[in-house]
Design a protein around this ligand. Structure first.
Ligand code: FA5
Length: 345
């Protein structure tokens, strides 16, 4: 056989076929046909045995060299194909960077989080620390250590969701006061606020939710007075409702504070003159507060002869409702973007 000629014929055929290859699958077929195990080129090896010994090496080398060349031709076509495919893709996916970007919606921070952050900023500026506590709380922390023993009638002020006899979803953030005082061991002053979720067995309506947010505040030191409490709450009222607001304290009752007060702020709508929003009173109620009851101090390890404290509890949703004239508390939880986006600041 004239090996050289046959290889030349095959090479020519390969080049022709490579020209018409359109994709990688075609190329695989061509590869199998020309250099695969069953390719004609491979079958030439069978003739080796008929050759004299001194011709065998040259014969073998010629076939191997041809295989190498064929492979290079195939690889070159493979690379060319890859480039063609990339170019085609680039042409299809050309981006016009001068076009306006499509209008896609970005999230907003929830108004309740915004209010909590504003209040946190205010208090951090006054040297307070931020504390958190568990939402699943013991009866002892939620009630007993706050001067609300079992069967105390004032427990009715906060309808509770019990998990077991001694465990409940906390009804207010006040247990964080107790936890912090116990942690500090009655030895050092306390100056904290505690934001968080609370739960009550209240029927949901326009002003009540079974889950809502509170921010608790507690200061314990050895010269803490009611006027410190009033000055602090005036800062809160002015931060939330404007620099001209005034506040007034009205007597109230909480078992964990003595004396206890409800705090009203002058109505921002009528500046205290009386309008529909403040029901003609000129004031709007914003929170409950008081001087920490001596028994609470004592039960949490603080000597009431040495330490006095004040505490307050802000209802965050109610505060937001007053600030923005929101008429239904349920708007906070339904995640209607039209509502949420109004507060995108
Ligand atoms: C308390 O929870 C006391 N722990 C607050 C306190 C702390 C007083 C420290 C003194 C010292 P009260 O039950 O009033 O108090 O709740 C506080 C605030 O939570 C209310 O003023 C109101 O704004 C809000 N609130 C109460 N119940 C609900 C409810 N079901 N839905 C939404 N907000 C509520």
């Amino acid at each position: 056989m004239d090996l050289k000629k046959q290889i030349e014929t095959l090479e020519k055929a390969l080049k022709e076929e490579l020209k018409s290859v359109k994709n990688q699958a075609d190329l695989q077929n061509v590869k199998a046909k020309f250099i695969g195990k069953k390719a004609e080129l491979s079958s030439f090896m069978k003739h080796m045995k008929d050759l004299p010994n001194d011709e065998k090496p040259l014969f073998g080398q010629s076939i191997n060299k041809a295989k190498g060349r064929f492979n290079e031709l195939i690889e070159a076509r493979k690379e060319a194909l890859r480039q063609e495919e990339i170019n085609k893709k680039l042409a299809q996916e050309t981006i016009d960077v001068t076009l306006d970007a499509p209008d896609f919606s970005v999230g907003t921070r929830h108004i309740l989080n915004q209010i909590i952050e504003e209040i946190e900023d205010l208090f951090i500026g006054m040297g307070y620390q931020i504390k958190e506590g568990p939402e699943i709380e013991s009866d002892e922390m939620n009630f007993e250590k706050l001067n609300l023993p079992k069967d105390h009638p004032a427990r009715d002020m906060q309808d509770s969701l019990y998990i077991s006899e001694d465990t409940l979803l906390r009804t207010h953030t006040s247990p964080v006061q107790v936890r912090t005082m116990l942690e500090y061991g009655g030895k050092r002053p306390v100056k904290i606020i505690c934001p968080g979720k609370v739960y009550r067995r209240d029927d949901d309506d326009a002003t009540h939710s079974h889950q809502f947010m509170q921010i608790e505040g507690l200061v314990v030191d050895n010269d803490t007075t009611m006027s410190d409490l009033k000055g602090t709450l005036l800062e809160v009222a002015r931060k939330m409702f404007g620099p001209d607001r005034e506040i007034r304290l009205r007597p109230s009752y909480f078992p964990f504070t003595e004396p206890s007060v409800e705090v009203d702020v002058t109505c921002a709508n009528c500046d205290g003159a009386g309008c529909n929003i403040c029901k003609q009173s000129g004031y709007i109620e914003i929170l409950g507060a008081g001087m920490v009851n001596n028994k609470v101090l004592k039960d949490s390890g603080y000597d009431p002869e040495v330490y006095q404290g004040f505490a307050f509890g802000i209802g965050v949703e109610r505060m937001a409702m007053l600030k923005y004239g929101i008429e239904d508390i349920r708007h906070f939880y339904t995640n209607d973007l039209r509502f949420n986006k109004q507060f995108n600041r």
